[in-house]
Write a protein that binds this ligand. Structure first.
Ligand SMILES: NC(=O)c1ccc[n+]([C@@H]2O[C@H](COP(=O)([O-])OP(=O)(O)OC[C@H]3O[C@@H](n4cnc5c(N)ncnc54)[C@H](O)[C@@H]3O)[C@@H](O)[C@H]2O)c1
Ligand SMILES: O=C(O)CC[C@@H](O)C(=O)O
Length: 449
């Protein structure tokens, strides 16, 4: 698998590494920005001096509120309930007003691709510490704003990649044999046995746009079916098997019999495939989009299909998708010839959903308890503006203490620092908290002990 986790266009959050701020923890109950969360006593610094490193014990887990939307898998729901957290679940995505109402007092929210965590929604979240995207895409979250508020964001970077790749392989065969149309006719009682414009996929060229987790997995599967694979990506990547990276999108579009899109939604990829690009594709070729709906201009695609320039298309994602099952779906693609439409199910298999549920819920649990997996006397978690001089300032504050470990990282304008400090008294904890949180670069300061 080529390493694509740090693309120049969109960073990928993972279940082990949050994309936004670092190990901030959930604010304590009854406080909007509680400085300290102790696992033994909650909401105050406590009077006992912490003289020696102690094993962290669970705080009152029943105070942690978790909201899970969009039918997050049962593996996650039960793992989180087993911890004693309050878990509220919804099968659908919530609209902005409902979301603003619901998110107010939750500490963690779990979503999939349809819930939009906008600036307005995040600003209404008074206690939110963690967002879990139970999927790959994180474009539905205002990541920059989440980072500025010290809210960590996790996703599951590859649990459903195989499922998407398998669906695309199926679609390549279905399109090539016009199976969607034949199936529809049979259900209407129409017998139409044709071979014109139906082909084997062996020897045909597959053009993959975005050679990340899904694109590269697909490359291997396609070659095993006898296809020739070309790919286009913004970063140079090791070609798997005998696949070949091409220099430009048009090089790929002009050569491929099948073009399949596997890029994230970014400012660069929005509207990536429009009339110009579709016209560059070979007469009778096929387009597959199982990435994000905004990547393809739907009116242009509908025109290319109806005119017969394209031989067919398979589309799993749409610029506007209904919030829940049973809701009305409309698209200009309805009724286009040899066009397979699916309701964003690329990653919807039992295997993928259950793996995602386990992965992201475990990330929640680890994050809630530890910020990371290391145990210590106290841990300072400081999310701050990424400007020169911060580390020196914090080092001065901690100078008289026993700092066992210190870690810092940054992303754009935001950075975080985590320090494990042993042998500190309750008064010293108060003092550290006060001095760090009063620094001009402070975004969120928390102390775990
Ligand atoms: N239909 C579904 O159910 C479903 C399921 C999973 C993922 N997805 C979507 O598929 C996308 C891709 O998933 P992935 O796991 O392979 O992601 P990935 O991050 O592993 O790979 C994406 C690749 O696209 C490349 N890329 C980015 N911008 C590009 C551009 N402008 N031109 C060419 N290449 C570019 C990156 O360099 C990277 O190699 C996700 O972001 C998600 O939106 C959809
Ligand atoms: O399950 C979903 O809603 C999204 C699936 C997919 O688009 C993803 O980003 O992983």
């Amino acid at each position: 698998m080529p390493s694509t986790n740090s693309t120049p266009v969109q960073s990928i959050a993972t279940a082990t590494n949050p994309i936004t701020a670092g190990p901030a923890l959930i604010p304590a109950e009854g406080s909007t920005a509680a400085p300290i969360m102790t696992r033994e006593r909650q909401g105050s610094v406590g009077s006992a001096a912490t003289k020696k490193a102690k094993v962290l014990k669970p705080f009152n887990t029943a105070n942690i509120k978790i909201l899970l939307l969009e039918n997050v898998n049962e593996t996650a729901v039960s793992a989180l309930r087993d911890q004693g957290y309050q878990v509220e679940t919804y099968a659908k995505a919530l609209g902005e007003d409902d979301l603003i109402d619901k998110i107010k007092d939750v500490h963690c929210i779990g979503i999939r691709s349809k819930t939009k965590l906008t600036k307005k929604v995040l600003d209404a979240a008074e206690k939110l510490g963690v967002i879990g995207c139970f999927c790959i895409g994180t474009n539905q979250v205002d990541l920059e704003h989440a980072a500025s508020k010290g809210i960590a964001v996790f996703n599951s970077p590859f649990s459903n990649s195989r499922s998407v790749a398998e669906l695309v392989i199926a679609e390549i065969v279905l399109l090539s044999r016009q199976l969607g149309d034949r199936n529809k006719e049979m259900h209407q009682g129409i017998w139409s046995k044709v071979s014109a414009n139906c082909y084997e996929i062996r020897g045909k060229t597959l053009g993959i746009v975005g050679y990340g987790h899904i694109g590269s997995q697909l490359s291997v599967l396609a070659e095993s079916m006898g296809m020739r694979v070309l790919f286009y990506d913004v970063v140079p990547l090791m070609p798997l098997g005998t696949s070949k990276q091409v220099h430009s999108l048009s090089d790929l579009l002009t050569e491929a019999d099948f073009v399949t899109l596997h890029v994230p939604e970014t400012e660069d990829t929005k509207n990536m495939i429009g009339e110009l690009e579709l016209n560059q594709m070979k007469q009778g070729s096929f387009l597959i989009n199982a990435s994000r709906g905004t990547i393809v201009q739907i009116p242009a695609l509908a025109k290319a299909l109806r005119s017969g320039h394209l031989g067919g298309a398979a589309v799993d994602v749409f610029p506007k998708e209904p919030a829940a099952n049973g809701k009305f779906f409309e698209s200009e693609l309805i009724g286009c010839p040899n066009t397979l439409l699916t309701p964003h199910i690329g990653g919807s298999t039992e295997e993928a959903q259950s793996m995602i549920g386990v992965e992201v819920s475990q990330a929640f649990i680890k994050f809630i308890y530890n910020g990371t997996s290391i145990e210590t006397s106290i841990r300072l978690c400081y999310t701050h503006a990424n400007v020169p001089g911060v580390l020196l300032r914090i080092t001065n504050i901690l100078a008289d203490h026993n700092v066992d470990k210190q870690f810092s990282d940054s992303k754009g304008k935001i950075a975080y620092l985590m320090a494990d400090i042993s042998d500190v008294t309750a008064e010293q904890i108060q003092d550290i908290y006060r001095r760090v949180s009063e620094t001009p670069t402070n975004i969120v300061t928390r102390v775990l002990y």
